[in-house]
Design a protein around this ligand. Structure first.
Ligand SMILES: NC(=O)c1ccc[n+]([C@@H]2O[C@H](COP(=O)([O-])OP(=O)(O)OC[C@H]3O[C@@H](n4cnc5c(N)ncnc54)[C@H](O)[C@@H]3O)[C@@H](O)[C@H]2O)c1
Length: 332
């Protein structure tokens, strides 16, 4: 009885996919004591091993939160997903990276199938949770989860903008130089080369960034932000184990989960299903969103200047095209 009472006071976050990003997210979540974390993976015992390893650090980190690993069979009935029950937030990072010889369509199909299967289990075992998708291609995988779950868009979100904005902010901090925590940057749009950094809204300690850096410096930072993920992949090239960035992506999705669980009302660039905002319907795009304990509290529609609108449209058209390709491939 007492155990049930205690349990209900501790938020539960499930992370499906205990790869690099899932593990990094879990580490942030327990370090910040956001809740207990359940890591799920199809690689037998890997999630359990990572959970155990992370928990061994609890006394050093100084956290009271627990972390558990759950094995899920690749071709079973999915009953192991019963461990999702009562999750406040479910983070989906399960997927594969593109391998040599694999086309973009192949990757899209494989990851869409993984996300669809996982979303089915979330629907079955955690029907009241809030889902944050991380698996790439992010905008399209968020739509796959949304269509599979059939929930209101307030509870099916994607992570991209928090990461892209943090990358831009860190590059600004290094250029000024100043504390990274003084920088507020915002990047909207689709996740990828067509992202939309909004320099007009970027400040350092409340001061517009244009007062502190030259136009050339800002342009260079914008370019570097768009290719930041690719730069990390390139730097990892000599390690057979490493694929793409994971520390910052894990921290980004953990920040979103914390904002939701703690009902912080933070306004964060979040990938959401547009339903008329910014002139678009039926695609997932990054826009400013106020997050609360029921997911989206409010989608904020900014008055974009002509050059910003042009970038946003380019990005939206790219996402729309990929979303339609995915729907045709999957017969949705
Ligand atoms: N949205 C973003 O900003 C962002 C940033 C970085 C990475 N990503 C994406 O996140 C995903 C994860 O990246 P990563 O570096 O952690 O990859 P990873 O390969 O290290 O981890 C993926 C994990 O998913 C597991 N998995 C696969 N199918 C599964 C299933 N059906 N059920 C449970 N687990 C399953 C794999 O076994 C693996 O451990 C990739 O799609 C990557 O492209 C997105």
């Amino acid at each position: 009885m007492s155990e049930r009472i205690c349990r209900s006071l501790i938020p539960k976050i499930s992370v499906i996919g205990a790869g690099y990003v899932g593990e990094a997210a879990a580490r942030h979540l327990i370090t910040r004591e956001v809740g207990d974390v359940y890591l799920f993976d199809i690689m037998e015992d890997v999630a359990k091993g990572k959970a155990l390893d992370l928990y061994h650090a609890a006394p050093i980190i100084g956290t009271n939160r627990r972390i558990y690993g759950v094995n899920v069979a690749a071709d079973g009935d999915g009953s192991e997903y019963a461990a999702l029950e009562d999750s406040d937030v479910v983070i989906i990072t399960s997927g594969i990276a593109r391998r040599p010889g694999m086309s973009r369509d192949d990757l899209l199909k494989i990851n869409a199938k993984i996300v669809r299967d996982v979303a089915d289990k979330v629907q079955k075992y955690a029907p009241n949770t809030i889902v944050i998708v991380v698996t790439n291609p992010l905008d399209v995988m968020s739509k796959v989860a949304f269509q599979t779950l059939g929930w209101h868009r307030d509870r099916v979100l994607g992570q991209a903008g928090v990461l892209d904005s943090s990358r831009m902010a860190s590059l600004i901090a290094a250029a000024v130089p100043c504390s990274a925590t003084d920088v507020d940057a915002i990047v909207l749009g689709g996740h990828g080369d067509t992202m939309v950094p909004l320099v007009r809204y970027t400040t350092v300690g409340g001061i517009p960034v244009s007062e502190l850096l030259s136009k050339e410096q800002i342009d260079e930072i914008i370019q570097k932000t768009a290719f930041a993920g690719g730069e990390v992949v390139q730097l990892f090239r000599n390690s057979p184990a490493l694929g793409s960035a994971y520390h910052a992506p894990g921290a980004a999705v953990a920040q979103m989960a914390e904002a939701i669980i703690r009902d912080q009302m933070h306004i964060l660039p979040t990938t959401v299903h547009l339903e008329g905002e910014y002139g678009y319907e039926g695609i997932y795009m990054g826009v400013p969103v106020q997050l609360c304990n029921s997911g989206i509290r409010r989608v904020i529609e900014l008055e974009l200047q002509p050059h910003e609108r042009e970038m946003f449209e380019k990005s939206a058209n790219h996402v729309k095209k990929t979303t339609q390709e995915m729907q045709a491939l999957l017969g949705l």
